[in-house]
Design a protein around this ligand. Structure first.
Ligand SMILES: [Zn+2]
Length: 410
């Protein structure tokens, strides 16, 4: 496992930021730089059937080392980093034996990673932390996942006494722009189920995510000279304002947590003639999710019944809660839980307040819960990861392979 840290440091040094505005696959050419390196690394450690396709999707096989019939399982991570923050010239800092105090990331710019603000840090006193230099993100999301999977496979190759079935691994580009699963060939992958190694702190195990839709509401007004507007002018801005006033005030991201859903208005544009409101709808519960859509249509109808055809709601579904695809094969969650228990890790099971590639893959026929990769404060300069958490992730991957073979052998 001693190659885990050097691997991780090597990967984060390569800029692989994805770009939501591009329509190429992968969205940025530079993702190939790391992709090609990963292919060589997989061949180097002795993986079989190492492939990379024209979209930079990487797959590889660790063949079964048992005669028993064991289902093929997979592990998946993404190698792009978030467009939200620079991933260029990442200069990671390794802090050994963390003392629990402030970490000055950048003296000149006075950027400090402090446990006063990021209380999670206090869990890691005495551990080795990898941080940024305060000018970039780190890219533990999800290069930690990539390094952990490769290290786990290397460990299994070096320890043939650990019996396992066929293991498939997949590394994808463009997860951060919501497209990591788009070109994932589930059939070629050929696993009964898989795990994304893309969660945050040690113990995280997730198999529920939001149902998600976006809505655009447009308002048509009628502009008339304001001095002579009585009973003639229709102000689209006032209609937009009325519409928003009829949404539940407390069901917004800044006032909800856990399993509570919300409406999130993220853009308003308007003149008297025309206004538009862009919002997103999120809810774990499929019925509540549908009720939220209905509410938008109801408000539309209410305003339109007063002034004909001035409001129009268009709703587009984005992704769905994977829970319905995981529940029928719940042993895949139980195996991960059992792996953590055997390693002395307390599983933290909670609904994701977002989506994952795993949810898309689950609906494409590859049930795919998410497991921790170990990092914190993703997508920004305060991102950090404890080396010990990365080691735990490697152990969990190895243990899942072992338990799957134990549980399913006949
Ligand atoms: Zn990620």
């Amino acid at each position: 496992m001693d190659k885990l840290l050097p691997r991780f440091l090597e990967y984060v040094a390569i800029d692989t930021q994805s770009d939501p505005r591009a329509d190429t696959v992968p969205s940025t050419k530079k993702q190939w730089d790391l992709a090609k390196k990963l292919v060589m690394e997989l061949q180097h450690i002795g993986m079989q059937e190492v492939s990379i396709d024209e979209n930079a999707y990487i797959m590889a096989t660790l063949p079964s080392n048992t005669d028993k019939k064991v289902p093929t399982i997979g592990f998946i991570a993404h190698f792009d980093t978030s467009p939200d923050f620079s991933g260029k010239n990442v200069k990671p800092r390794v802090i050994e034996n963390y003392d629990g105090g402030d970490i000055v990331l950048n003296k000149k710019k006075n950027i400090v990673l402090s446990p006063d603000y990021f209380a999670d840090l206090t869990q890691y006193v005495g551990q080795t932390l990898i941080t940024t230099d305060g000018t970039t993100l780190l890219g533990a999301d999800d290069k930690a996942g990539v390094a952990e999977i490769i290290t786990a496979m290397e460990y299994l190759i070096q320890h043939p006494e650990i019996k396992h079935g066929k293991i498939r691994i997949g590394f994808t580009p463009d997860e951060e722009i919501g497209k990591g699963a788009h070109h994932f060939d589930v059939e070629k992958f050929g696993a009964a189920w898989a795990y994304t190694i893309d969660g945050s702190q040690v113990g995280e195990l997730e198999y529920e995510n939001f149902n998600a839709a976006r809505a655009t509401v447009t308002f048509s007004g009628k502009s008339v000279h304001p001095g002579y507007a009585k009973n003639k002018m229709v102000n689209a801005i006032a209609l937009a304002n009325e519409f928003l006033s009829l949404l539940p005030k407390k069901e917004v991201p800044e006032m909800t947590t856990g399993r509570e859903g919300f409406f999130h208005v993220h853009e308003i544009k308007g003149t008297i003639e025309k206004a538009s409101v862009d919002l997103i709808i999120r809810d774990h519960d499929p019925e509540h999710f549908e009720a939220r859509k209905e509410l938008l249509y109801d408000i539309q109808d209410k305003i339109n019944s007063r002034i004909e055809n001035v409001v129009s709601v268009v709703i587009e579904d984005q992704y769905k809660n994977m829970r319905e695809k995981i529940e029928p094969v719940f042993h895949i969650v139980e195996i991960a839980e059992e792996a953590m228990h055997q390693l002395g890790i307390e599983p933290i099971i909670k609904p994701i307040r977002g989506g994952t590639d795993g949810s898309q893959l689950s609906f494409m026929g590859l049930p795919c819960p998410n497991i921790f990769a170990g990092g914190h404060n993703f997508h920004g300069k305060y991102e950090y990861i404890p080396l010990e958490s990365m080691q735990k992730a490697v152990e969990v991957i190895v243990k899942i392979c072992e338990l799957t073979a134990e549980r399913f052998r006949d």
